[in-house]
Write a protein that binds this ligand. Structure first.
Ligand SMILES: [Zn+2]
Length: 287
């Protein structure tokens, strides 16, 4: 885990393009941090407490300042299971209020139970879900040590609670899972129509650098936002036509031309499920 500097005060660590496993300690997502003269703001908490502790050590090599805030882009497991380590270190946790429903759901509880099996010993009985100290209801300018970070809700898109974090003075955007780079996105139950709208919001910020939730930082912000957007548009087009024509999902999937995307990492792992979820979504949308 080596912090990469993307601007004068912004850094990130890059998780692997893989599914979570004991071998990778669930290090499959990125976390960012912004150093100010009055403390550090971390963006996302990584996928296990031990990873979060390692990130805290890495930050201490860059600055003696303590971590004052952790801002979550969304409440998916691989971005939040490290939270307890940051809270123990005295950080204040900030997230969008729309995460509350998931946080209190059986889905979140069952996911954690499964992870205690699948990701042992990195996720264990001592790993727990952590509530934020501050719930956001709208945009907020987070001020620390003379630095302004813009916390901008862009959900519901990838999740109901999506938040991007923008450092305007250095034109760096921490985009969470709104923008995927160098891999197929995990669509899940996302509303892809709204997600495409969120990508337009992201493009309007005109960032120089995008640190995505997964994959390398992008210095070609527009091209990468466009790839995520084009993939979602293509899913919606192919699956929307199939749903409208009452064509069985399996036939539509086989007939589709995936050649623009099938060389990207995680295509095998994610595309079938993405296409299936989009088919179901498009069936509902046509009513
Ligand atoms: Zn993610």
């Amino acid at each position: 885990m080596l912090p990469q500097q993307v601007s004068a005060s912004a850094w990130f660590v890059q998780g692997q393009s893989a599914l979570g496993s004991p071998a990778n300690r669930n290090f499959i997502s990125n976390a960012g941090f912004v150093v100010t003269p009055a403390g550090v703001v971390v963006i996302d908490a990584l996928g296990s407490p031990s990873l979060a502790q390692q990130l805290l050590q890495r930050i201490r090599r860059v600055t003696p300042q303590p971590v004052k805030y952790v801002v979550l882009t969304h409440y998916h497991a691989d971005h939040v299971y490290g939270l307890q380590a940051f809270r123990a270190a005295g950080a204040k946790i900030v997230a969008h209020r729309a995460a509350r429903e998931y946080l209190n759901s059986d889905t979140a509880r069952l996911r954690l139970e499964a992870s205690r099996q699948d990701l042992a010993p990195w996720i264990d009985a001592n790993t727990h879900l952590v509530e934020p100290d501050e719930w956001l209801d709208g945009p907020r300018d987070l001020q620390l040590g003379g630095t302004t970070l813009k916390l901008l809700p862009v959900g519901p898109s990838h999740t109901p609670e999506d938040l991007v974090v923008y450092l305007p003075s250095e034109k760096v955007l921490f985009a969470g899972d709104i923008v995927f780079r160098n891999r197929i996105p995990f669509v899940g139950q996302a509303d892809s129509r709204r997600w495409i709208r969120a990508l337009d919001q992201v493009l309007a910020l005109d960032a120089d650098v995008i640190v995505p939730g997964h994959g390398p930082a992008s210095h070609e912000a527009k091209a990468d936002a466009a790839l995520t957007r084009d993939y979602l548009l293509y899913l919606r087009q192919v699956m929307g036509t199939a749903a409208k024509n009452l064509e069985p999902w399996e036939d539509a999937y086989k007939a589709a031309d995936w050649s623009r995307f099938d060389k990207l990492p995680l295509f095998q792992a994610a595309n079938r499920m993405n296409a299936y979820n989009t088919y179901l979504l498009m069936e509902q949308e046509k009513d």
